[in-house]
Design a protein around this ligand. Structure first.
Ligand code: FES
Length: 126
């Protein structure tokens, strides 16, 4: 089952600044970086989405897969190191049956960025 990183493409570049020096939003910058890192990585997909409703702690990213816990993470700088940490965590998430990853395996770059987690819906028993 593929792990999908849903990256907000409309997040600010800085608290009071929508766009960075190249004219892209912080979200667009992080989307591009995550897409680059995830390109060719087995089991990890990306998608862009407008506002994930976590604007005050931009940049925001969701991680989900059918039947697995969903994570929402935020307060990422739109930088290559953030993208690398997100994709590395998504690979570990993909390898986990439930999506839960032992803390000791977490890439340093995702620590302190978790906003919430949502358990999976129960499997359809019909
Ligand atoms: S603009 Fe990214 S969460 Fe609202």
């Amino acid at each position: 089952m593929t792990a999908t990183l849903t990256v907000c493409e409309t997040c600010n570049f800085a608290p009071e600044t929508k766009r960075g020096p190249d004219g892209q939003t912080g979200g667009e910058m992080l989307c591009g970086l995550v897409e680059q890192v995830a390109d060719g990585v087995s089991g990890v997909a990306t998608r862009r989405h407008a506002c994930l409703m976590g604007c005050d702690h931009h940049c925001n990213v969701g991680l989900s897969a059918p039947g697995k816990i969903t994570y929402v993470m935020g307060s990422f700088a739109p930088e290559a190191a953030s993208a690398a940490a997100l994709v590395a965590f998504a690979e570990l998430y993909d390898a986990s049956e439930t999506g839960q990853v032992p803390y000791k395996q977490w890439p340093q770059g995702v620590k302190g960025h978790f906003v919430s987690r949502v358990p999976p819906l129960p499997a359809d028993e019909t």
